[in-house]
Design a protein around this ligand. Sequence first.
Ligand SMILES: *Cc1c(COP(=O)(O)O)cnc(C)c1O
Length: 472
Amino acid sequence: MDSQEFRHWSRKAADWGVDYREGLGERPVRAGGRPGDIARQIGLSAPESGDSMETIFADFERIVPDGLTHWQHPRFFAYFPANAAPVSVVAEHLVSAIAAQCMLWQTSPAATEMETRVVDWLRQALGLPEGFAGVIQDSASTATLAAVLVMREKALAWKGNREGLAAQPTVRVYASREVHTSVDRAIWIAGIGEENLVRIPTKGPRNGMDPQALAAAIEADLAAGRLPAGIVACTGGTSIGACDPIGAVAAIARRYGLHLHVDAAWAGSAMICPEFRPLWEGIEAADSVVFNPHKWLGANFDCSVQFLRNPGDQVRTLAIHPEYLKTHGHDGLVNYSEWSVPLGRRFRALKLWFLLRYHGLEGLRDVIRNHVAWSTELAERLATEPDFEIASAPVLSLFSFRHRGGEDPDAHNIALVNAINDDGRIYLTQTRVDGRIAIRFQAGSFAMTRDDARMAFEVITEIARRQKPNFS
Ligand SMILES: *Cc1c(COP(=O)(O)O)cnc(C)c1O
């Protein structure tokens, strides 16, 4: 592609993106269609000779948009958000044009040095103390994997990577059932084994792990000759926003010398607002904290920030060169690929730099506070409706509810959420609360307004009151 064509189609793509965003509110949020609808329109083999860009672009417009679930839609209330604020998209255009591999300082000093700065901006913005250094990972799953590998290696006196696990004592890791499935997978991949992920019961209004039960589980493992290695705690669990009591858990981690990783992938963004920080009170004692600016803060996927109290432990676990030949930390050269599982790294700091400078922290706090307020308003309205009940109280902008009715309440609420999503004006997902199906609602789209929350109330109540059993 020559420069002239590159320029033309880059502009065309940028224009397309703006038009797409402008028209989102008119589209059904969730993709319609049936499995295979898209695949049928794509050739079975790559073409032998090239196509014209006109044809390729026309096919893109014809085939792709109808096969999308629109994550930037103002009424995307499912899962958690995956915002890509327009300013972050602009930065991402530049990143993709530059296409640098940023694994070492010398492979792009701008990427490394900007990363160090903007991650420290975020440390300050979240109210984390000095002394935490940070790194941008591709996803929270990867950050959690890195943290679990570190806890394993620390507990095994750094022998796991070298000798394998066969001759080692049984490594144990502790977490509640409210943590994300990325923890299970990290445990699998680290060779620790699902049976050695010890589930600690939860209690209280925040569904946090019970510190006494945690201490008892660790004592029992020690008595049985097993090797307690670490704890994975959550602030804002995926299902209902569970928050472990970080301060109490950290005290136990310290008492037994365990590595503490806190997964705040979603809720961490809200910590730019000081009033929400009680949810992770005690966080300064964690060894590792991950949160995803690519969820609620507005940075394009992928952008997951991991803060580390002692990056040396992670570098010692993951660096492929001997530690004694390296410099790392605040003062010397930083090669961020030594802090993470993948070697190659995108220039992810640029979108954070654009985002934080354009909106300012105050602008981003406004967005998050609005989401929390609008979600809470909706929960309050639904709570006053006689045929609805709140299944889990709001944590930040997340709550869940049920509609009463039907002989089988689970099937009834599944049918309701399906009918709501088929309607297309809003998009919700379900979860289980105390073993029973509940419908989840989270407000988090940068494009959302208070009217969108009002429309959510209208759609939910209107469809719930249609003829049973299937609301159609
Ligand atoms: C979304 C989420 C994850 C997974 O995040 P990825 O960046 O997609 O790996 C992990 N933990 C929690 C609590 C989450 O909400």
